[in-house]
Ligand binder design. Structure first.
Ligand code: SF4
Length: 303
């Protein structure tokens, strides 16, 4: 489906890129829970995407919601995406005890909806799918009432690896498209736009009732009609949940921000995404793929 370039572009002037607009300023408040979350993770030798990706919501999630998104399979990624702060290199072998430690940590923190993400592991035959699935199963076995959400790499598009994730029965299976088709080669190393769409399509074919989710970031040079085209293509795969947020340059080595999208533009995109048939859409400057993920699942189940 082609999405026509008929929608008006930003009517709101973009602020100077050297200075973040007010709507991106976050309060760095801490509570005793911040230290509790940090200590719980450190003592178990666990990692989070909150820290590794320098998420701007860390203070909110850790301090006020006592939640975090776990990152399994180490902190070294085999790819080198230009938007991402995670280190690239040769990762260590998977730690077989990690799934159990993640489950124990989910219990200790009282997390009701556990989001588990991973680095790209192109060095492993299954891309790390078995380890991610083992983590989901460990959580479900220990905490039957806790829901599990995976944020998976593309697993090189291997359908048997995607099946491993689907068969482990997460409540939500996510894979991020990250950006529009035109910008993918510049933004995501060794990833492919169509491979990402096929990931979601394959998962939908394996289990049509599974909630599929994807996310994209804005501010890398995309036009609105290209964003709408991507949303339409995501929807066509069977994906039902989408999150849209503002890209922020995590380090000077990463791609610069081309534009700050205004909160009103995010609100407008949300409406248009809902019109495309998504069951749930979070769109806002600070929205990330795991942003208020538990609340999102509850809202869908209620609806
Ligand atoms: S939005 Fe997600 S990645 Fe960011 S701090 Fe919250 S749980 Fe962590």
């Amino acid at each position: 489906m082609e999405y026509p370039a008929k929608f008006p572009q930003a009517t709101v002037p973009t602020p100077s890129l050297s200075r973040k607009p007010d709507w991106l300023r976050v309060k760095l408040a801490t509570t005793p829970d911040t230290a509790f979350v940090r200590k719980s993770l450190r003592t178990k030798g666990l990692h989070t995407v909150c820290e590794e990706a320098r998420c701007p919501n860390l203070h909110e999630c850790w301090s006020f919601h006592r939640t975090a998104s776990f990152m399994v399979l180490g902190t070294i990624c085999t790819r080198h995406c230009r938007f991402c702060a995670v280190k690239t290199g040769k990762p260590a072998a998977p730690d077989e005890l990690e799934p159990g430690r993640v489950a124990a940590s989910v219990e200790r923190l009282g997390i009701a909806h556990a989001v588990i993400t991973m680095v790209n592991r192109d060095d492993l035959p299954d891309g790390g799918a078995g380890h991610l699935a083992a983590t989901g199963r460990a959580i479900h076995a220990r905490l039957p009432k806790t829901s599990v959400e995976y944020l998976s790499s593309d697993l090189m598009g291997k359908s048997e690896a995607i099946a491993v994730l689907v068969e482990s029965k997460p409540e939500i299976l996510g894979h991020n498209i990250e950006t529009i088709r035109r910008l993918t080669p510049q933004v995501r190393s060794r990833s492919d736009y169509d491979r990402s769409l096929n990931f979601l399509r394959t998962a939908a074919a394996l289990n049509s009732t599974l909630l599929l989710k994807s996310s994209l970031m804005l501010g890398l040079g995309e036009e609105e009609h290209e964003v709408l085209q991507t949303l339409a293509e995501l929807r066509d795969t069977g994906c039902k949940l989408v999150n849209i947020g503002q890209y922020l340059q995590p380090t000077r080595r990463n791609l610069p921000v081309k534009r700050y999208w205004h909160p009103d533009e995010f609100a407008s995109l949300r409406e248009k995404a809902l019109q495309l048939g998504f069951a749930h859409v979070y769109a806002g400057p600070l929205v990330r793929s795991s942003y208020h993920a538990g609340k999102q699942l509850q809202e869908i189940l209620k609806a």
